[in-house]
Design a binder for this molecule. Structure first.
Ligand code: FAD
Length: 393
């Protein structure tokens, strides 16, 4: 019988791994992808939807090509259990699917009780919009419905979390939307972190494009002592209560629940070996993307895609004896601050015995010309098209 690879999660990491294993093994490996949704909406560029630069449709990707062109067995179902001794995955739909290698790329879930007053049952009143789709649409509708001069609040997450510049790109895009439609509105950020990704670039951009609109309260002033009331629509920072019109709560994160169910997490994340993204607790399971603790890479779609290709190469090697190349990884995170004002930060990485280790990096600079910033934005649009084709075919 052919060796069997089962992949849980058809997002940035899982779709890439499925496609590369199927494409490069020429039918020698049986690939099953378990993913509940029929259309995957990318979180990447979902902030641009909030800013009015993209449609929701342009962020949606389906699995037809992975099934039709690459012969991947796409199962639309939730994985609910992993039996590591029997090497099977069970699903909500009642299936038991055997594997020789299991790849988990389930993304994130939220830490219970991370923000006082909030849990997922409050996500309609106070959306996180940190899993894209209906949450993102809801957040945009709430921004559009804000009264003139109203307040948009964000509770930013502690490290480590999905997409380090994501909350701050979102602030930029919300500010862009409000500047056009609601110019006296205010944005208030409660942030538990001392500093954040591309901070100098964002703060410079905010003062250039959105002067006086954005206030960020850090831990020195109680940004880490936050409580929300989704019924009263209030945000309390260090005991000071503010009425808000929109409250975007982005709680602390952990690996998608199935990683915990499989018993391969330590704390909030699943530790992996850098060379092949295999679990430190089970050599037949690999964990990709946001859910894994791998070292220096940020939790991004680009990182998940990069890790997936390394993992796919290693899994094929283990199952069919094909050549395994030394692990190399790359990431760039682009952010849009205002129309044609794009910035980026990125790095290359290698596998050491201990972790995925950064080799060298680059970052946009404050004071770059408008042409450079526009070119950076255009580069990001090309990246989006390229990487989604690399994931979904
Ligand atoms: P995901 O892409 O989330 O995929 C996980 C999949 O697993 C989901 O489809 C889910 O349905 C499925 N799943 C979960 N549990 C189960 C289960 N039990 N059974 C079956 N399926 C399951 N990254 C960038 O590179 N560039 C950006 O510009 C960027 N911008 C971002 C902006 C925002 C606002 C946000 C929130 C994120 C952004 N990211 C960006 C980060 C990026 O979206 C994530 O890092 C990336 O999606 C991680 O890939 P993943 O495979 O780990 O998880």
């Amino acid at each position: 019988a052919k060796p069997r690879v089962v992949i849980v999660g058809g997002g940035a990491g899982g779709a890439t791994a499925a496609r590369y294993i199927a494409k490069d093994s020429n039918g020698e490996i049986d690939v099953t992808l378990i993913e509940p949704t029929r259309t995957y909406y990318t979180c990447f560029f979902s902030n641009l939807y909030l800013g009015g630069f993209r449609t929701m449709d342009s962020l949606g990707h389906s699995y037809g090509t992975l099934a039709a062109e690459y012969g991947i067995n796409v199962v639309h179902d939730w994985a609910t259990g992993v039996d590591r001794d029997a090497k099977t995955v069970t699903t909500a739909g009642g299936y038991t699917i055997p594997y020789d290698r299991l790849i988990l790329s389930p993304g994130i879930d939220f830490v219970d009780g991370a923000v006082a007053g909030w849990d997922v049952s409050s996500q309609n009143a106070m959306p996180h919009a940190y899993k894209a789709g209906s949450q993102t649409e809801l957040l945009r509708a709430q921004i559009e419905a804000m009264p003139q001069g109203g307040t948009y609040a964000m509770v930013a997450p502690p490290n480590p979390f999905r997409c380090p510049p994501g909350p701050y790109e979102r602030i930029s895009m919300v500010a862009h939307m409000l500047k056009e439609n609601n110019p006296t509105a205010k944005i208030l950020i409660a942030d538990p972190k001392e500093k954040f990704s591309k901070q100098g670039l964002f703060e410079d951009g905010w003062s250039t494009h959105y002067a006086g609109m954005i206030e960020r309260v850090g831990p020195d002033f109680g940004g880490d002592n936050v409580e929300v009331d989704p019924n009263a629509m209030t945000l309390s920072i260090d005991g000071e209560v503010t009425n808000v019109d929109v409250c975007n709560v982005i709680p602390a994160m952990k690996a998608g629940k199935i990683a915990e169910i499989a018993g391969i997490t330590e704390g909030n994340w699943a530790p992996v070996n850098a060379a092949d993204l295999s679990s430190k607790m089970d050599e037949n399971i690999h964990i990709l993307g946001d859910a894994c603790a791998q070292g220096d890479m940020p939790k991004s779609g680009f990182s998940a895609n990069s890790q997936a290709k390394v993992c796919a190469n290693a899994v094929r090697g283990a199952l069919t004896g094909s050549t395994v190349f030394p692990a190399r990884f790359a990431n760039t995170c682009w952010s849009l601050i205002d129309t044609n004002d794009g910035v980026k930060v990125g790095a290359s990485y290698e596998a050491t015995d201990e972790k995925i280790a950064k080799v060298d990096g680059f970052i946009s600079e404050v004071g770059e010309s408008a042409d450079v910033r526009q070119a950076t934005f255009e580069e990001s649009v090309g990246w989006y098209d390229g990487i989604t084709a690399d994931m979904f075919g």
